[in-house]
Design a protein around this ligand. Structure first.
Ligand code: ACO
Length: 324
């Protein structure tokens, strides 16, 4: 027998306010046509004044717990991925923990920008399957609207706010690739690229929060290769291939990156879950939000083989293959 981290529930939360491309065209020199053609994005959600990352995360966590049929007290580990925490410290995870009324176990944040959810899932999986914790909330939550330069058309059109969460439970499984739960995860980073996508502020450097800066073309150039490499690692580790995948749930940065990755990997278009048109790039929240949409639409079913991947600032990138 082998210990596996099995997904019991998923939930998402999007702020009420929707900002369309047409509205953005009234703020910066852009058009709906340019944004749709280059990115596939049609709209994004933006947090209300006073609504912070932990508010979004808490709503997603409650939705995931309800989906799992569990109480907050059943959770003993919270791993929250964000690059836009409420405060420099304490972690946003402890704000969620307090919001849920949990006083046992551990809660902490993980920072890998857009790869954050994949890094958080792999971290929680390691902590559950080591036997130290029993049930985890793994959350991706972001308010990128707070770190965008709203006068820079090359970045402000790309991102949105939101949160998604999954509940994982440690379970004994037979120990084959047919098991439910996380089957393999592969994480990578290469700090040589740290200035290609970064925020130009921080507590130790400028004592300000700063704004997101990106060499979009450079990010694009590296993205497909990095994504496909780490997915091939997951295939090699499990013996599964593109035809075995039921759902490919990539980080939702750009429709062109998603489509090019699926084509290069040989994954059929109808297996790709895409939400970038509605949510834009919600960084660490994009994968769990996409999972929550696929589950709510009845597409994602127990036993499905699900492939997750992400690439983001750092660069960081990673993949997780799991059976729902
Ligand atoms: N509206 C209109 N024109 C624009 C806009 C805009 N919003 N933004 C840029 N342009 C202009 C540029 O100024 C440029 O004009 P020029 O030719 O006169 O200089 C022209 O459009 C082309 O610009 P490029 O940057 O070459 O456009 P490109 O086709 O590369 O698309 C984009 C830009 C969409 C940013 C693309 O490079 C991309 O998607 N990169 C990856 C970005 C990404 O996904 N980042 C997130 C991944 S990691 C993470 O998730 C944090």
């Amino acid at each position: 027998m082998t210990l596996r981290s099995v997904v019991l529930g998923v939930g998402g939360y999007l702020p009420e306010r929707v900002l369309t491309n047409a509205e953005l065209a009234g703020m910066v020199d852009t058009t709906d046509e340019w944004i749709v053609q280059r990115t596939g994005i049609r709209q994004r959600h933006v947090a209300a004044t006073g609504e912070v990352t932990s508010d979004l995360a808490l709503a997603a966590a409650k939705a995931a717990l309800a989906d799992a049929g569990l109480e907050a007290a059943d959770i003993d580990l919270i791993v929250l991925a964000t690059a836009t925490p409420d405060n420099t410290f304490p972690s946003t995870a402890v704000a969620v923990q307090a919001g849920l009324g949990i006083t046992h176990g551990a809660a902490f944040d993980v920072q890998a920008v857009c790869s954050g959810f994949v890094f958080a899932l792999a971290t929680a999986d390691a902590m559950l399957t080591s036997g130290r914790f029993r049930r985890a909330l793994v959350i991706g939550a972001e308010t990128f609207s707070r770190i965008l330069d709203w006068t820079d058309r090359t970045t402000c059109v790309l991102f949105g706010d939101g949160a998604g969460a999954v509940v994982l439970e440690r379970q004994e499984q037979p120990g084959t690739r047919d098991d439910r739960g996380v089957l393999t995860s592969h994480l990578r980073s290469d700090g040589r690229h740290k200035m290609k996508l970064y925020v130009d502020g921080g507590p130790s450097s400028t004592q300000t929060v700063g704004h997101l800066r990106m060499e979009g073309r450079e990010v694009f150039r590296h993205a497909v290769g990095m994504i496909t490499d780490v997915v091939v690692d997951a295939f090699k580790a499990t013996g599964y291939g593109p035809d075995d995948i039921d759902w490919f749930v990539p980080h939702q940065a750009n429709r062109r990156i998603i489509d090019a990755s699926a084509v290069k990997l040989g994954i059929a278009a109808e297996k790709v879950v895409t939400t970038v048109d509605r949510h834009a790039n919600t960084s660490a929240a994009s994968i769990p939000l996409a999972l929550s949409v696929a589950a709510a639409e009845g597409r994602l079913k127990p036993g499905n083989l699900v492939l997750l991947e992400a690439m983001g600032g750092g660069f960081t990138w990673g993949s997780v293959l799991l059976r729902w």
